[in-house]
Design a protein around this ligand. Structure first.
Ligand code: COA
Length: 254
């Protein structure tokens, strides 16, 4: 059985976590395949945006695979968690843009996976939550760090310390998701991004992410360095030519 179902349309791929019977929980086999697919898209320029969703309509991802976890030794759990943390960070390091289409519940590691993505579109019936404290643990795949950076310390503490799940309206109000939408909406957003110059999109993604860790002067210097990378690109010249010729640009990622 494929752990991830992949459909391609132009520069956009839709990845479906293929584990409906376990509510798309993060198994070892899934993480291994996710790591391979992430390396594939990150090493090329063809796939500009990935839309990630869960199989079925109940769950985006129910977090750690709790049934698999029961049979793992403490050493195995430590190793697996280190792998999850590495792979989640690689989403952020990738030049490819990731959109989480939260098509059902996203709990624990499921919400943490969505937080590593660049954008989150949530289905009107879906819910998100970092529920770990209810299980005697804390978010272990970046949740305590990425959530406050995204929505602020106060709201993040409220969600993490209560372990509460929020619906789509509240997720958008808090900034946890950028909008409520359908899969078609998520794909339309992906296509809008995929039309733009890929080197520029990747540099802009990293300028925002990396700059958030710096003070403003250092962040502005970082932006300037990223901007300079665009100056030597063929795509920048294509953008200028297309404007002058009143036609849509055709970007090749060079
Ligand atoms: N790991 C492994 N299996 C899981 C799972 C998980 N995290 N979450 C759900 N499943 C399995 C259930 O055990 C069940 O399997 P079964 O049919 O063999 O009994 C199947 O998925 C369906 O679960 P069910 O609870 O009947 O579905 P639901 O749609 O009513 O509810 C959830 C879905 C995700 C809300 C609910 O299953 C849940 O709360 N899961 C635990 C989530 C969690 O705590 N994650 C870890 C956070 S740290």
């Amino acid at each position: 059985m494929s752990e991830i179902l992949i459909e391609r349309a132009g520069g956009v791929e839709v990845w479906t976590i293929n584990g409906e019977s376990r509510r798309n929980a993060l198994s070892k086999a899934f993480m291994g395949e996710f790591d391979r697919q992430l390396a594939r898209v990150s090493s090329g320029r063809d796939v500009r945006v990935v839309v990630l969703r869960g199989a079925g309509d109940k769950a985006f991802c129910a977090g750690a695979d709790l049934k698999e976890r029961v049979g793992m030794s403490e050493a195995e759990v430590r190793f697996f968690l280190a792998e999850v943390r590495r792979i989640f960070r690689a989403i952020e390091h990738s030049d490819t843009v990731f959109i989480a289409y939260v098509n059902g519940v996203a709990l624990g590691g499921g919400t943490e996976l969505a937080l590593c993505c660049d954008l989150r579109v949530i289905d009107v019936k879906a819910e998100m939550g970092l529920t770990e404290v209810k299980l005697g643990i804390i978010p272990g795949a970046g949740g305590t760090q990425r959530l406050p950076r995204l929505i602020g310390v106060g709201p993040a503490k409220e969600l993490i310390l209560t372990g509460r799940r929020v619906g789509a309206d509240e997720a958008v109000r808090l900034g946890l998701a950028s909008r409520i939408g359908t899969q078609a909406d998520a794909q339309a957003l992906a296509e809008e991004i995929a039309k733009n110059a890929p080197i520029a999109v990747g540099l802009a993604k990293h300028a925002i992410d990396e700059g958030m860790a710096f003070d403003l002067d250092a962040a502005l210097a970082l932006e300037h360095r990223k901007y300079q990378h665009t100056l030597g690109t063929e795509d920048r010249l294509e953008g200028l030519r297309a404007f002058a010729e009143k036609r849509p640009p055709v970007y090749r990622g060079v």
